[in-house]
Design a protein around this ligand. Structure first.
Ligand SMILES: [Zn+2]
Length: 546
């Protein structure tokens, strides 16, 4: 996902109007929020293994129908299973071992009464039949749903964007990020003049009656709920390969027929980008499924092994630079940002969207690392510092848990600047790199919490960064260094910060650096000169007091 900064601005404006500026509003959550965001009794006892998903798309009336065979492992014996499917879609019937199961409906959740005993460790399959006219996205990908549209030549173009809403907007599924499906087989029935592209590798095309065709795709790696996506349209395909850390990686590009030449030119930046990301994060996490860019009827999204590309073959963010430094115009924002998610978001996925900064913060930082790869460290610093312009400080980055709510859009560039500050404290790029690679290999294909990532970084870097994480992730405050300077006597302390905030800071003199360890208590040091500046790589404010 990317950066809906103006949406938050409007939200902030409204909040200022209604609350008179004090962000003390306690958010109220509904029963539906808990059903959707919590790991309830009817979810926790079974482990999702595989989806065998068959869906027919009817462009004429914007409807879909199909079946999803859900294979799972019984972790603890239980007889009631929560299956998620959002209105106005309809769950028609559910079958297990040839028997029809009864179910009750509670908003967008169905509770299936399983008739056969569920023995611990057993592998079972539940077949769900469904149909309906799924919710249509109004402004994809910022709001989710189906996209039934036309391309520039007025030909049908269909896809889905559903981060936040996720898979239950269109098919019956276990719609929570904590439990990823380990693999899936996808079978999309479309009019035979259209092409259906999806995640993983194509396994074949069947031409069937009534001028329809079925496209079969297979995903061999765990994939999160909002990343299983079809793209249906007048596509052309071209392929390439790159030699990577995991061997030869297949590169697969699907764009509208008239855009092939444009794409061949613009997508040339994919290979250096993948080399850069493998250098910093370790091998690409999905060699079995390949790497894919698919032209989409919306700006972009990190759909695993089928990245949505809608940046109109321009560099920058639709031709603009979010950092206002010029560096952001040197590469294609959507290619780079969404590909960074293959590591942070898809390889490492957070259990609860409240921790989405792990996806967006590290991925926003991957933009900085690619800038460094192309133009060096100074350019990278200028880029990440430039992106502070979009930071809102409107609410904490980490949101409330178990209610399917993510926090401030500061999960992008404020979190990226926090990481950049920590990198300065580490002050050892080879250690920093090994830590980033370690995250990806030790949390390989797993779902995690923010705490797990924080603890991993502190243990690996042998640094107590808890106050730094609490400051930047759990408050909306930017720490302020208050200081006094009398000749060479420098007094300083932290304010506007969490209790016991203790982030070290670097002072830059012409000929050397000097580290200070401010706390909330005033401290004093004798400097060799009064001519220094605070390292701008730290995202802090300063305030001179007398
Ligand atoms: Zn993103």
């Amino acid at each position: 996902m990317f950066y809906p900064f103006y949406r938050k601005f409007i939200g902030l404006l409204l909040m200022l109007v209604f609350t008179g500026g004090l962000y003390s509003q306690k958010l109220r959550y509904t029963h539906a929020d808990s059903l959707r965001g919590g790991i309830g009794k009817s979810r926790i006892w079974w482990d999702l293994k595989h989806y065998d998903l068959h869906v027919a798309f009817n462009y004429a009336d914007s409807s879909i129908s199909g079946k999803n065979s859900i294979r799972y492992k019984v972790l603890e014996a239980d007889q009631i299973m929560q299956i998620d499917l959002m209105e106005p879609m309809r769950l028609d019937s559910v079958v297990q071992d040839g028997k029809t199961c009864t179910f009750s409906k509670d908003g967008n959740a169905y509770f299936v009464q399983l008739s056969n005993a569920q023995h611990k460790e057993a592998i079972k399959t539940l077949i769900t039949y469904f149909h309906g006219k799924p919710h249509v996205a109004k402004q994809p990908p910022w709001d989710g749903g189906l996209i039934w549209t036309k391309d520039a030549r007025q030909r049908p173009w269909i896809s889905i964007a559903c981060q936040g809403m996720a898979s239950s907007v269109w098919f019956p599924s276990k719609d929570h990020q904590y439990d990823e499906v380990d693999s899936c087989s996808l079978h999309f029935t479309v009019p035979s003049d259209l092409v259906a592209v999806s995640n993983g590798r194509m396994r074949g095309i069947d031409q069937i009656s009534n001028g329809k065709a079925v496209y079969h795709w297979e995903v061999k790696n765990p994939i999160n709920n909002y990343n299983i996506i079809p793209y249906i349209g007048y596509y052309a395909n071209f392929k390439d390969t790159v030699q990577g850390e995991g061997g030869v990686l297949q590169l697969d590009y699907w764009v509208l027929q008239e855009n092939v030449e444009l794409a061949k030119k613009q997508f040339a930046q994919v290979k250096p980008m993948l080399r850069c990301f493998e250098y910093w994060f370790g091998k690409y996490p999905f060699y079995e499924d390949g790497y894919k860019l698919v032209e989409a009827p919306y700006l972009g999204m990190e759909h695993q092994s089928a990245i949505a590309y809608g940046n109109k073959f321009k560099n920058g963010y639709l031709g603009t630079d979010l950092s206002l430094t010029g560096w952001g115009l040197k590469w294609d924002f959507i290619i780079v940002h969404e590909s960074g998610h293959e590591w942070f978001g898809n390889n490492i996925t957070v259990k609860d969207v409240a921790d989405n900064w792990v996806h967006e913060g590290f991925t926003a930082y991957s933009e900085c690392l690619f800038t460094q790869y192309l133009f060096g460290k100074k350019a990278a610093s200028d880029y990440v510092i430039g992106t502070r312009i979009g930071v809102q400080n409107d609410e904490p980055i980490i949101a409330d848990y178990n209610v399917n709510r993510d926090g401030s859009s500061d999960m992008y560039y404020k979190a990226a600047n926090m990481l950049h500050g920590i990198r300065q404290i580490v002050n050892n790029d080879s250690l920093w790199r090994v830590m980033l690679r370690g995250l990806n290999s030790d949390f390989w294909h797993q779902t995690v919490s923010s705490r797990q990532v924080e603890d991993y970084m502190m243990k690996f870097l042998k640094l107590d960064l808890q106050k730094v994480f609490d400051q930047y992730l759990r408050t909306k405050q930017i720490p302020v260094l208050e200081y006094k300077l009398k000749e060479n006597t420098f007094s300083f302390r932290w304010t506007n910060c969490v209790k016991h905030f203790d982030m070290p800071l670097k002072l830059e003199f012409a000929d050397r650096d000097y580290w200070i360890n401010p706390t909330e208590k005033w401290q004093k040091v004798e400097l060799t000169s009064a001519d220094f500046k605070i390292d701008p790589d730290f995202f802090v404010r300063t305030k001179k007091v007398n």
